[in-house]
Every structure is written in C-alpha cells, then in structure tokens.
Design a protein around this ligand. Structure first.
Ligand code: NAD
Ligand code: IPM
Ligand code: MN
Length: 355
C-alpha cells in the first residue's frame, strides 16, 4: 500500500484535513485502491508543539513516503517570529530537502464558473487552460547571503540574494519543453533579462535547450509584460516556465482569471520521489474554522497525486469530473458565488456523491 506523509498544517489546513480523509476512504471503497495517510506536524502547529516548523521526524517520515501531501501553513500568530521560526520556513525547507524543483500549477477555467472570472465574457467564454511551471528550490527564496545587517552608522540594510545554477535551470526547463511537446508545442519563458544577470543566464540556458526541441515555439517575455498579457489575453499562453518568485506571483494572478485561489492545485516534482502535492492557496486565517474553505484545490491536488505518483489517471480523471458535475448543479462554497452557497464539508460530500 502507498504511504502518504500527510501535513494538514494551519488555518484552513485543519478544515480541509477531513476532506482528504473522506476522499481516501471513498477511493478505497470504490476502486479498491488505498493509500495510508500518515499525519505529521508542520508549520505553526509544529512550532507550538516542538519549537520547530519542520521537526526532524516529520522530514524523516516524508522522505520515507511515496508522496507528501501538504495543505497550508502560516497565520498571524507566528507573523512576528524570527525567520527560522516562521511556519513558512518549514515549508521552504521541506521543498528544498525533497529537491522538488519543478512546481506544476495548472490553471483551468470551469465552464460553470465564467461568472467569477475577473475578465470579460468574450475572453473567458473561449475557456482557459494554462500550466505555469514555477522553479521551486532556488532564486530569491534560498540565495545566500541573506539577512538584516546593522551598518556602522546604526542604519540597517537588508539583503536577499537571487541565485540560479544553470544545472537547475536546464533540468527545470526540460520539463517545460517536454510538457509543451505533449500539448500545443508552445512555451513561454518569463524572466527579467533586461535587468537581472539571473535572467540572462536563464534565457541563455533555455535558448540552448530549445535547439533540441525544434517543434516547440518558444517565446521570451519580461515578467512585467507577462503580468499584463495574462490579463489582456491569457489564451495566448499554454505552458509558462519561470523562476521561483515570478511564478509565485503570476500563479495567484492566474487564480483571479479562473475565479478563486481555492481552485488551484499544485504538484512539485524532482529527479526522485517522493513528490509534494499542495493547493496553491495559504491558510486563509479569516475563514479558518468556519467550514467555508473551498475544498476544490485540495481535491484537484489529490487528483494530481493519483496521476503523477500512483499512476491512477483513471481515478484522477473521475475526481475532476465529479467536481465539474457538482459545479454544474449550481452549488459551491462562498468564494464561488453560486446560486446556492454551501459549506466545505457539504460541498465535499456532494462531490463524493457525484464520484
Ligand atoms: P491565502 O492564500 O491564505 O489567502 C488569500 C485569499 O484567498 C484570502 O482572501 C483567502 O480567504 C482566500 N482563500 C485562500 N484559500 C481559499 C480557499 N480554499 N477557499 C476560499 N477562499 C480561499 O494567502 P494570504 O492571506 O496571503 O496568507 C495567509 C497565510 O497563509 C500566511 O501566513 C501565508 O504565509 C500563508 N501561505 C501559505 C501557503 C502554503 O502553505 N502553501 C501559501 C500561501 C500563503
Ligand atoms: C505558495 C506560498 C509560499 C511561497 C509561501 C507560503 C512560502 O505563497 O506556495 O505559493 O511563496 O512559495
Ligand atoms: Mn504563493
């Protein structure tokens, strides 16, 4: 039986925890396919209990598992902690330790949610199906030196370092080219090569690699223009590759195109398993504990895990269809502004009925 390290974390992570268990049970009952959920502490809850956002035992168990499933970490309670004692530090250390350098964020607009999109009908009526690949283990998030330093005159200076190795860029970009080959053979690389050395190296590596993929139409866009084009005409994109921070920002922007951050799943992959699965959203403190969180990002993340770690594309596909069928019924959590608003648990149960 597959073993999943299960890290519900903070805020709405706790509301969505039960949803994951319900789906696990239903999948076992309906398909005879089971995976074990080994619940482990991470984030703020782990700081409170163990004084560490990623306790050594959590990391050890994750590394021994077939897949890692995390919901969300963070919250106001820990916002003033020192950097290494913040919930987010646990998540970043986990990503780095698992070396999951390619974060896959599919952005797809449901035809039942076009009313939610921030874009005009003419644009979204054509549908939307983009995949953002975000590099996840280098860049400003991890570069050294970093810190806040006091100058001799008593003023302070803060330093973060953006650093990229050509090895990582190449391995990451290769996943983008391969994905483009399996879709529309169109790839957009987003950088800031007019200003940053990091981006110039990025562009050079991507250009070189493109010679091995003559069928893929490659475009380069500066990130500011990419943010603009995403709103003007998102359908010009199919697969996007970009560095860590740009990908973080562009994927939240893309969530507004499909209606809610509560819809976007992600999978983070590397050279070796286990891979890491997590919704794109955070711990949403203002709705935590209120049975209001949209469970779709979590359900879609389970689908990605079934597809990429357990080779069960059939179940993944059924899950995605069951969500679509449920939306067709005109029901959804509050963020979806449907005819009928229902809670997290109730919505999850409707999806289960449609499975
Ligand atoms: P957030 O993603 O938690 O929330 C942004 C907005 O989206 C809020 O309005 C929230 O209510 C809404 N939202 C998010 N998920 C939703 C869902 N499932 N259903 C309905 N609405 C949803 O981002 P934030 O407010 O900037 O950050 C809150 C905390 O979460 C911070 O501590 C941050 O560091 C952390 N965070 C964690 C992760 C992660 O664990 N992967 C990701 C992003 C943010
Ligand atoms: C995300 C989040 C994280 C990130 C934070 C919580 C560290 O915003 O997964 O998108 O910036 O990567
Ligand atoms: Mn983010």
């Amino acid at each position: 039986m597959y073993k999943v390290a299960f890290l519900p974390g903070d805020g709405i992570g706790q509301d969505l925890k039960e949803v994951v268990k319900l789906f696990r049970d239903k999948i076992e009952e309906k398909y005879g396919f089971s995976f074990e959920l080994n619940e482990l502490p991470i984030g703020g809850k782990a700081i409170d209990s163990f004084g560490d956002p990623l306790p050594p035992d959590t990391l050890k168990e994750c590394k021994k598992s077939d897949a890692v499933f995390l919901i969300a970490v963070g919250g106001p309670k820990w916002d003033n902690n020192p950097p290494n004692l913040r919930p987010e530090a646990g998540l970043l250390k986990l990503r780095k330790s698992l070396n999951v350098f390619c974060n896959i964020r599919p952005i797809k607009l449901s035809k039942h949610l076009t009313h939610l999109s921030c874009l005009k009908c003419e644009t979204v009526d054509k549908g939307l199906d983009i995949i953002i690949l975000r590099e996840l283990t280098e860049g400003l998030y991890f570069g050294e030196p970093r810190g806040i330093y006091t100058q001799p005159d008593g003023s302070k200076v803060a330093i973060n370092t953006m650093s990229y190795s050509s090895t990582t860029i190449e391995k990451f970009a290769k996943i983008g080219f391969d994905l483009a080959m399996s879709r529309k053979k169109s790839l957009t690389s987003v950088d800031k090569a007019n200003v940053l050395e990091n981006s110039r190296l990025w562009r050079e590596v991507v250009e070189n690699l493109s010679k091995s993929y003559p069928e893929v139409k490659l475009d380069h866009l500066y990130v500011d223009n990419a943010a603009l084009q995403m709103i003007y005409n998102p359908n010009q994109f199919d697969v996007i590759i970009t560095e860590n921070l740009f990908g973080d920002i562009l994927s939240d922007e893309a969530a507004a195109l499909v209606g809610s951050l509560g819809l976007l799943p992600s999978a983070s992959i590397g050279d070796n398993k286990p891979f890491l699965y997590e919704p794109v959203h955070g711990s949403a403190p203002s709705i935590a504990g209120k049975n209001m969180a949209n469970p779709i990002a979590t359900i879609f993340s389970i689908a990605l895990m079934l597809r990429l770690s357990f080779e069960r594309n059939d179940i993944a596909f059924d899950l995605e269809n069951a969500v679509e069928k449920t939306l067709e019924m005109g029901i959804g959590t509050a963020d979806l502004k449907m005819k009928n608003t229902i809670g997290t648990r109730e919505f999850a149960n409707e999806v289960l009925k449609n499975l």
